[in-house]
Design a protein around this ligand. Structure first.
Ligand SMILES: C[S@@+](CC[C@H](N)C(=O)[O-])C[C@H]1O[C@@H](n2cnc3c(N)ncnc32)[C@H](O)[C@@H]1O
Length: 228
């Protein structure tokens, strides 16, 4: 096998019986490589984030990015992508006219990768990627927000967004919708789908709901008083 061509080497390897020990070695090696990748590349930045809030990196598909951009059409001003990964949404948003376009991402490798992609697209001074925890970002000035996060995280994020965003803000979620919100528009199908939410409508709806609850409570009290 020493001086064989690659084909001969491969054929020789194929003909060898690996045995249980060989299989165990390969499994252990693969496990170690996956663990090293998790600890070294995907995990950094998440040490201070509670496990239930950690969202793994999965890049948005091309169709998903397109659907997000379609929902943002006609909007102006700045945009923030919360959990920006390799920065693809931020870059597209800048190219669609949003400025400032900012990505918040905890993983330092992804922040570097996003900056590299921005540099390659000659937009490095036009977009920014900040290594920050999205839960600590002040969103009071943000008119357009995009997210692609796990449903469990979205249910907690709803409160922060409703409390901080300006009334004329639009939130666009990719792949997973916000569990308790009614979208004003939906674009695309399956895993590429995106949902848009108007903060003004969400606030008005929740105020109407509160008012209804108070009225129902008053009605019940009046009934109780009438029956005594
Ligand atoms: C599903 S990926 C989406 C990436 C990108 N927005 C896209 O659409 O391609 C979610 C990203 O959120 C980041 N992330 C999760 N929790 C975060 C946090 N607390 N602060 C900042 N980034 C976070 C992850 O590192 C990951 O890159």
């Amino acid at each position: 096998m020493d001086d064989g061509t690659p084909d001969e080497v491969f054929a020789d390897l194929k003909s060898r019986d690996l045995g249980a020990w060989g299989v165990a070695q390969i499994a252990a090696g693969t496990g170690l490589a996956v663990y090293a990748m998790w600890v070294g590349i995907l995990q950094p930045g998440f040490r201070k984030v509670p496990l239930r809030l950690q969202v793994p990196y999965i890049p948005a598909s091309k169709a998903q990015v397109q659907n997000v951009m379609t929902l943002l059409r006609g909007r102006k001003g700045g945009l923030a992508d919360l959990g920006s990964g390799d920065g693809r949404i931020v870059l597209k948003a800048y190219q669609q006219g949003f400025t400032p376009a900012v990505g918040y991402e905890l993983n330092p490798w992804l922040v570097r990768l996003a900056r590299f992609y921005a540099w390659r697209a000659e937009c490095h001074d036009k977009v920014s990627y900040r290594r920050e925890d999205l839960w600590k970002v002040d969103l009071t000035e943000c008119k357009n927000v995009t997210v692609f996060l796990a449903p469990s995280v979205l249910s907690l994020l709803q409160d922060k967004l409703l409390a901080e965003l300006p009334r004329d803000a639009l939130v666009v979620a990719g792949r997973f919708p916000f569990p308790d919100w009614t979208p004003c528009r939906v674009e695309g199908h399956g895993v590429d789908r995106a949902w848009a939410y108007s903060v003004k409508t969400l606030r008005d709806n929740s105020q109407n709901k509160d008012e209804l609850t108070v009225t129902e409570r008053d009605d019940e009290r009046t009934k109780e008083e009438g029956s005594t």
